[in-house]
Design a protein around this ligand. Structure first.
Ligand SMILES: NC(=O)c1ccc[n+]([C@@H]2O[C@H](COP(=O)([O-])OP(=O)(O)OC[C@H]3O[C@@H](n4cnc5c(N)ncnc54)[C@H](OP(=O)(O)O)[C@@H]3O)[C@@H](O)[C@H]2O)c1
Length: 319
């Protein structure tokens, strides 16, 4: 167990850690946990590239972070994960500017939206949360590998998964709801399982070249992620609390703490392929217990199968 827990904040986990000389890339940096993650990594001295799909939404965030910390080394670029052309163009812009990338936080996400399709026709949650990040990471791998070479530490890729992974395994027969009736929560579950399985396969394939990968459940935090939730969804969420108890929400600083811990903790230096929560490696899920990770999110065979499927869908071999 680490010294941290569900109440730990980003300030707690970054204390004493210097990221001077490191380059970090954060997706979904225009809202919620992404802003906090970027703020804290920059505060520790990293050059942080904040990626967002909406430049007008990101602009005031950059102004605010620069006001708060004039020494912060912040850069930005546009990345729409729901369009593989945007993914390719963002990676093509970043690689010459940043031939070495030490930390990649695949934080962006969409939850429980109505059935929608990405530019290439993938189901919106699977396409945005998983396939967009799969291709983006694959294209940035030369920079992640380069950063590890000649360094005494690994590069790290952090995938934001969720306890929502418990809602569903990946459906390899119909990953994009072409034949199955759409269920917005099942689709979120599939996508978040895919985020965890991606970390398993990425770590297995690239640890030998200096890139380690983990996935994270940040906790339950009030952010814009709930934008598609109905009043009934909020009632269901409240009733998920133990009888007689109110649902416990984390602050944004507590929510982003596990991502920052995943990216920077010396305790994870030679570890990867794991799913983290509350600034620790999660235990296997047990019925009735709080937290934990289900087998279907860590299964190496499903991770390998998802990797192959993802390569086919995005039309790119990642090696
Ligand atoms: N909050 C929670 O309770 C919770 C729990 C478990 C897991 N998570 C995970 O944590 C991550 C961060 O969530 P959050 O709570 O910070 O949510 P949020 O406030 O809604 O922020 C999500 C970020 O993702 C971006 N995004 C959405 N679709 C995108 C696309 N097509 N291309 C590029 N960026 C896109 C959003 O951009 P816009 O600003 O343009 O919308 C925003 O910057 C997500 O992966 C989520 O699944 C959160």
């Amino acid at each position: 167990m680490s010294e941290f827990n569900e109440q730990s904040t980003t300030a707690d986990v970054i204390a004493g850690i210097s990221l001077t000389g490191k380059v970090a890339v954060v997706t979904g940096a225009s809202a919620g946990l992404g802003i906090e993650t970027a703020r804290v990594l920059a505060g520790a001295g990293a050059t942080v590239i904040m990626l967002a799909r909406d430049p007008e939404k990101l602009a005031p965030v950059l102004v605010q972070l620069r006001e708060e910390n004039p020494a912060a080394q912040l850069d930005s670029a546009i990345l729409d994960l729901a369009d593989l052309e945007s993914v390719r163009s963002c990676a093509a812009q970043l690689l010459p500017r940043y031939p070495r990338v030490d930390l990649l936080i695949n934080n962006a996400g969409v939850m429980a939206c109505p059935l929608g399709r990405t530019a290439q026709g993938f189901e919106m949650q699977f396409g945005t949360n998983h396939l967009g990040h799969f291709l983006f990471t694959g294209l940035l791998l030369p920079a992640l590998i380069a950063a590890a070479q000649g360094s005494d530490s690994h590069s790290r890729v952090v995938s934001l998964s969720s306890a929502g992974h418990k809602l569903s395994a990946v459906d390899f027969d119909d990953p994009n709801y072409e034949h199955t009736d759409y269920d917005k929560w099942q689709a979120y579950g599939r996508a978040k399982t895919a985020n965890a399985l991606f970390a398993v396969a990425l770590d297995q394939r690239f640890a030998g070249r200096g890139v380690r990968a983990v996935s994270v459940h940040p906790g339950v935090i009030m952010t814009e992620l709930s934008r598609h939730m109905s009043p009934e969804d909020f009632e269901d969420l409240a009733s998920a609390a133990p009888p007689g108890e109110a649902m416990v929400f984390k602050s944004v600083e507590q929510g982003a703490a596990t991502s920052v811990w995943a990216a920077t903790s010396p305790e994870l230096e030679n570890k990867g392929g794991c799913y983290l929560e509350n600034c620790n490696i999660a235990a296997p899920f047990v019925e009735g217990a709080d937290g934990g990770v289900m087998d279907h999110a860590l299964d190496p065979a499903q991770a390998a199968r998802l990797w192959e499927l993802s390569e086919q869908l995005v039309g790119q071999t990642i090696q």
